[in-house]
Design a protein around this ligand. Sequence first.
Ligand SMILES: NC(=O)c1ccc[n+]([C@@H]2O[C@H](COP(=O)([O-])OP(=O)(O)OC[C@H]3O[C@@H](n4cnc5c(N)ncnc54)[C@H](OP(=O)(O)O)[C@@H]3O)[C@@H](O)[C@H]2O)c1
Length: 293
Amino acid sequence: MRVLVTGSTGLIGTELCRALAVSHEVIEVSRHSDPPVNLLEPEDVETLVRTVKPHVIIHLAAFTDVSAAFDQTGDAEGECYQLNVSVTSRLAKVSSDVGAHFLHVSTDFVFAGRDDVLLNEQSECEPIEWYGETKLQAEQCVREYADSWTIARIAFPVAMDEGRRPDFLSHLRTRLKSGAEVKLFDDQTITPTAISDIVVGLEVLSRVKPKGEIYHLTGDESYSPYELGILVAECEGVERSLVQASSLLDYLKVDPRPRQRFLRLDNRKWKSLCEEECLSTPISAETLIKKYK
Ligand SMILES: NC(=O)c1ccc[n+]([C@@H]2O[C@H](COP(=O)([O-])OP(=O)(O)OC[C@H]3O[C@@H](n4cnc5c(N)ncnc54)[C@H](OP(=O)(O)O)[C@@H]3O)[C@@H](O)[C@H]2O)c1
């Protein structure tokens, strides 16, 4: 397969391109790829797509800085809206022109996260800040403009191994091993997902191409950040007292940016696909932490 991957230099894209290159032809798209492509000049990528005629486009590139996105709230001329919505819309259209399957990567931030419920692919989307709003609008563009599409929602990518950009868990481990105290919310729920599992999920979705389907490519358990801190402390053999509980609700009183409280994602649809394809099923953060002890 010829696979065009946008966002190839990002947290997920780097690992994904490495894995795909083993058995597919990969065309990388980012401002640091060779040749560099700025998606905010969409004619360039449209020409590239028409020239290389990929079988699949995996669209990872996005404006992912949630705080900076919040500062652009409501600004359709801003980089966040332009990259997340306008570029996605144009790419979805050009994918149809060349007959490519469009695998769009989205986020759990499309949910409000107000109630502690299990969120599946049919759950109501109701973003509470600009990044999530633009990512939901991007999903709507994909559904409207791509002839053949799949949406993969991912959440809280983590990896404990060295040699990559530090993520939440590896950062926690470094801090705790240095003897530093960490304060972590005990009234928030997140669903950490191993980056290696996300890569497996995107690879299988690009191969199987389930048309018009949404999948939650998310980890197997949900936790509070405090619980994760305790797990890392126990695994590394450091004092549990270095991990201190704090409250998201208190934090929200002093920070204007809204945060989702409960992002407990249901991954059963994806697990079924993994079983059908004889692939390993997604692991929990606890398993990941223990694996890299
Ligand atoms: N990380 C998370 O916590 C998380 C959680 C849920 C969902 N997601 C979704 O997963 C996807 C991948 O996230 P990620 O964390 O891997 O992203 P990331 O590390 O922030 O990387 C963003 C990618 O987009 C590219 N990009 C940004 N602006 C560009 C532009 N103007 N032209 C061309 N390329 C541009 C960047 O490449 P250059 O800078 O090299 O141009 C980079 O490769 C995104 O769609 C995100 O919404 C991420």
